[in-house]
Design a protein around this ligand. Structure first.
Ligand SMILES: NC(=O)c1ccc[n+]([C@@H]2O[C@H](COP(=O)([O-])OP(=O)(O)OC[C@H]3O[C@@H](n4cnc5c(N)ncnc54)[C@H](O)[C@@H]3O)[C@@H](O)[C@H]2O)c1
Length: 378
């Protein structure tokens, strides 16, 4: 079988997660990586055994042997790098949020369609087996009519004014664009409903933060010393809470924040229907709580043979053997590369359309909070 050749742009948290997940597929060769400098790219490449490393992503994109490009760089670079890869006729898998604006996202989608290549926005949370089980329960009508969804996305790695990351200076929305959009994509994917209007309240708890004078990668800020900072004003939000409508009857609410001490990655979603409910958190991915009114509620432990048929292929291991965050990338990539190999294969992964959808919700959150009012979502 011919192996598909992949280049990765970005050598941080996602660069590593993508590289490892791609290798687990078996039919992919990660042939090169681009970083913010040749030195940093080389260091990463040596750690994960990739031959080619460069500080200029254009070198990899110009290589005719590269079939697909993974964009794992800061959000404000996604559009420029994706457009360059698409112009060269590559398939593109771009990290979320897709771009810095809806207009950028639309440009990316238009070019991908013009070039006839496969495109994906990495809303990987969809690919947890229990998430697919919830979705299949909805498709089978088990919830009855969905009345409301609610949840949180909480982390704590930006709690202190000494916690720093490029996200703090990248874009009009930080917390919502970074993690709120994961939750909204999940809520829409599971329920099959679209958010039609929202009222959001955002807050910047820290008006200034101490920016390191040396480069720092995601989650690594704890290791710096006081002399390595300068004080800078903050313009994007630390916190968002929002209430929303999903069509005429369904309602929902979300709180997202990266300053919630002790919450490491509490992505939590509850779905309430006229017949039953379900609740799931990424912190305990193997467990799905199913709530009943007239019989005992239950916890379904991940076991593909007990799942609805459509959810089974998202679990590769036998029941009781955990599958988590890394596996969601493998599952998403598997479906994406099936489509790359066979343009007739179904699109069972989030696309640039889904990325644009979330950018529209970002706009509505920012606008609504500014105006202190409800807004319809485009
Ligand atoms: N799907 C998920 O669960 C998930 C999780 C975390 C991050 N992300 C997304 O992944 C992307 C990267 O985030 P991260 O957490 O890995 O950040 P990171 O800071 O760990 O890594 C970003 C990398 O991009 C590199 N970079 C900067 N400028 C570059 C350039 N011009 N060319 C090439 N590389 C450059 C940096 O050196 C760094 O290695 C973001 O869009 C983020 O939103 C997604």
């Amino acid at each position: 079988m011919k192996k598909i050749k992949v280049a990765i742009i970005g050598t941080g948290f996602m660069g590593r997660v993508h590289t490892e997940a791609l290798r687990r597929l078996g039919n992919i060769d990660v042939v090169g990586v681009a970083g913010s400098s040749t030195e940093r790219a080389r260091k990463f490449a040596d750690q994960v055994f990739i031959d080619r490393a460069t500080g200029d992503y254009r070198e990899l994109i110009a290589d005719p042997q590269v079939d697909t490009v993974h964009i794992c760089s800061p959000n404000s670079l996604h559009c420029e790098q994706t457009m360059a890869a698409l112009m060269a006729g590559k398939h593109v898998l771009c990290e979320k949020p897709l771009a810095s604006s809806v207009d950028e996202g639309r440009k990316m989608l238009a070019l991908a369609n013009e070039k006839g290549v496969a495109h994906c926005t990495l809303y990987n949370v969809r690919s947890y087996p229990q998430v697919q089980q919830m979705r299949q329960m909805r498709l089978a009508g088990e919830f009855g009519e969905i009345r409301f969804v609610q949840g949180t996305y909480l982390q704590d790695w930006l709690l202190y004014d000494t916690d720093w990351n490029w996200r703090i200076e990248d874009g009009k929305s930080r917390t919502f664009a970074d993690i709120g959009t994961h939750w909204c994509d999940l809520a829409e994917h599971v329920t099959g409903l679209k958010m039609t209007a929202l009222c959001a309240d955002t807050e910047i708890f820290l008006s200034t933060r101490k920016k390191p004078t040396v480069p720092v990668e995601t989650f690594k800020g704890k290791e710096l010393r006081p002399a390595e900072y300068t004080e800078v004003p903050i313009a994007n939000e630390d916190f968002v809470s929002m209430t929303f409508r999903m069509g005429k009857t369904a309602r929902g609410s979300l709180t997202a924040c990266q300053m919630a001490a002790g919450r490491k990655n509490r992505l939590f979603l509850e779905v309430y229907g006229t017949r039953c409910s379900a609740a799931w958190t990424a912190e305990r991915p193997d467990e799905l709580w199913i709530g009943h009114r007239d019989r005992p509620s239950e916890i379904l432990i991940k076991d593909a043979v007990l799942f609805e048929e459509g959810a089974r292929s998202f679990a590769d291991l036998p029941g009781g053997h955990s599958e988590g965050y890394d596996d969601t990338f493998k599952q998403t990539f598997r479906r994406f590369y099936r489509r790359v190999a066979d343009p007739g294969a179904p699109v069972e992964y989030p696309t640039f359309e889904d990325g644009i959808r979330q950018l529209q919700i970002v706009d509505a959150v920012v606008e609504s909070s500014k105006k202190h009012s409800w807004l319809d979502i485009a």
